[in-house]
Design a protein. Sequence first.
Lengths: 450, 629
Amino acid sequence: MEDTITAISTPPGQGAVALLRMSGDRAVEIAQKLFRGGRCALAEFPPRQQVLGTIVDAGGDSIDRVLLTVFSAPASYTGEDTVEISCHGGILVAGSILEALVAAGARPAEPGEFSKRAFLNGKMDLTQAEAVMDLIAARTSLALRSANRQLEGKLGQRVNELREELLGALAHLEAYIDFPEEGIDPESSEGICGRLIEVAKVARDLVATAEEGRILREGLAVVIAGLPNAGKSSLLNVMLGFDRAIVSETAGTTRDTIEEMINVKGIPVRLIDTAGLRQTEEQVEREGVDRAQRELKGADLVLHVMDASLEKVEQTGFTEEESVVGRRILVLNKVDLGVHPSWEKVDGIRISCTQGSDIDLLVEAIFKAAGREGLNFGSEMIAVNARHRECLERACKHSEKAAELLSGGESPEFVAIDLREALDAIGSIVGKADTEELLGEIFSSFCIGK
Amino acid sequence: MQNAAYTFPKSYDVIVIGGGHAGIEAALAAARLNCEVALLTQNLDTIGQMSCNPAIGGLAKGHMVREIDALGGAMGLNTDATGIQFRMLNAGKGPSVRAPRAQCDKKAYQFRMKHLLETQDGLDLHQGNVAGLQVSGDRITGVSTNLGMSFRAKAVIISSGTFMRGLMHVGKQNQRGGRMGDAGSTLSETLLSLGFRVERFKTGTPCRLNGRSIDYSACERQDGDESPPLFSFMADTIGAGDDIAETNATFTLNQWGNPLFHVEQSPCWITYTNGSTHDLIRSNLDQSPMYSGMIEGVGPRYCPSIEDKVVKFADRDRHQVFLEPEGRHTNEYYVNGVSTSLPYSVQYEFIRSIAGLEKAEIIRPGYAVEYDYCPPDQLFSTLETKTVEGLYFAGQINGTSGYEEAAGQGLVAGANAALKILARPAFTLSRADSYIGVMIDDLVTSGVTEPYRIFTSRAEYRLLLRQDNADLRLTPIAETCGLACGQRAERVRIKAQRLSEGIKLGGQLVHEGLKLDAWFRKPDNTVSGLPRALLNQFPEEIWSLLEIEFKYAGYIQRQATMVERTRRMETYLIPSDIDYSILSGLKNEAVVRLSAVRPATLGQAGRISGITPADIAVLAIWLNRAEKA
């Protein structure tokens, strides 16, 4: 059975729609896990017909309304069961769906892998194959070039260190298995455990940079939210430096979300203005509130705007999660109208959008908050991509599992299975380790030979 | 090829050149398949000789002997019959990495093996030194000896060991020959002229001592296991009086007397080198042919000479030395761990610097031997050469080392030579069903860079390839092609049947509130904790297999899934006559590698170093189109 692979097929960037593809024996099964809608199960739905529905994430929260098409093997591009998902454009939505598909069991495709499967399943003749071969070669070398740039730097160095560590640990275990009469020390299994846990930690740190990379590519999502008429749209306008959003005295003026890119001391920031959060029966406004809630979920940072001239109220509409992670800056607006005494002891950035006062304090706070998010804009600039991330997470998981088995006294050949998977995962970033390399490591580390 | 003066009147199906561990299994396998077989050897007295240490088995090697036995080979039974010490290595680790190892009575092993060959129906023995191969077109037709005699055959298997252009070194003295006391062979010159690539390897052996000169009180004693772990699934037929073909009523040192296997076990002794040993060796390196550049062949890293150990692991203050008895009726001891090619005088001194060996009498010096081998990517996985039809290679000629590796190849080569003559399907093993399959795939796909030895770490499906299930894995395959039959095949059928009954029961029967299979997954639960009534349902052998199946079900399933995932690529067959240079889209490097290896399947092609997924894709397209055309 081949793995089921998935990828975003449309080019990155803004667009009306984006397309994801997933191919493999489990494509329909995985899609079914995340798809809500249609009149019957996807497996029974006629192939090559579009069905409207919603894609949800692992927690059951909806990501987007989509059109989904099932292509049953062999009548598909790859010759395998294939699912295509058309979703709304933009990197975020498609990216979230991709992540959900991977979490549900698909694997991110290698460059050209869909086409490779199409060849292997005899879906193309030789002339077609040659044409696509060129394409694959080009895409691979492009991918290679960009990967190499990263791999020359800090990332490559770190990943290679991980690989060396894992290879060393595996060599020790294998020597311990294959040469029982050579007096190879089993007691250093504690040492191996320590090394594996360290590997997992470094891998996890590298995974964290994936977020950084995403922010660098897509911008930090900063959502302006709060009660109606707190001055959220005014804040957007003042930060943009021009009147982008309509502002009025009427509560609930903003119905739809408005998104603009700004530059905060070098960090790309997607500033998103949302409808004021309140219970409402009015249908358009309610849709606006729903959208605001969705944006809040995807936010890297929330600017919680309150009217400082009014008495402090408990703000509703923020889920507990958001306030816990501390990704929130409390912005007390309208200080020019006087500050109500109930705000006195409250920590927050006090500004006035109408006077444009102390906006620089807010900018500074956003910049600092971005730093807390793990953004490190020093000279290293390492940021792993989604594929690296998947590999590193796998390496991390198997290293930890191996350490756990080892410290639990499991026999080394079982530990070696997870260790090999960790090594394979790392290997798919920087190059595979084969048996010869492993044996080389064994014979150079241990004096083997009765 | 010069015309031979005399042609032997009988025309053979299969001729095997060489009577070592590969040649023996090759000749027996072909004869078991009812071919007319001749085995030619330089010296009938050296059939089945253990040229290096007097031991069989160990990790992966012991697994392989069990596999050879499951396939109807002779090595396992002969080891059980002539072993003088039996141990199960890694007994404290998991079931897949436990392996039996035995010290053998070297002479008894040989004599018994020779008798076995002498009594095998359809097998003739001839003493003779083969000098030439007779080839017509690109087909083998026979061989000729250096005495001008020729033999006709439809297939020829070369298992020449270290004899082709063998050159032995002791210090800076060297002499021709494949083993101390024996001549060499010029056969590789013929192979060169037929277009084979020939390269050079080196191996070595330590000196032997007279046991009376060893001070055992200064050594640690190592005894065998009670009860002895055995190699053959048919060990109970040894000396039991049952006249089954495999034992053929030949003599035995050990025998089965129900319910025990009776072995008089001899101990090995352990001592260590020390600082002065190392100083002596270091100060005489200039007299070592290895270190003075006289030896051009590449030696094995896993079996370094003591010179290598001292140089490469300079921080080690001692190295382990095993003193292994060579037999019950000889006082000769093998000094395992100090393989060397230093001059005799230096050997004498450094041996005497070792605790317990202060007065040691060396009765044979250690030496290094260089020899020719043919890089094994010149073979199909049947071990037939790609260059000459009907010509097969097995053992050290393929760049391997070890008795067990040689025997495994011999069996595969012998079976295939016979099956081809009988126009029956080839006998090939895969990486998923055996260590023999792993070895042969490694050899024909990746070639060798040093003398090849099998390790468990080479097997990606290690958990499935246990020593205790070799018969279940392989005997049915052997039965299909005629290598195993009768009692052996019948036993495995019953065993498989009982095992599947047990597995079924495990999913149904409740014990201590748990289904039996789940009960076994608790770490402390073992067969011994089951009530007698339940135990009586299956023999002990089946219970121990069931325990493993249940306890490690998760891991076993995981590996089975891996096997399934890769199997698909093995079903895409590549024709052997494909011209890679006409496939547009293949890189030059890929054309060169693929043309050299000529992989049999897409899966094998993918394992060749330097072959990318893009190359595989091009190949897949071509295959698909060729199939449709």
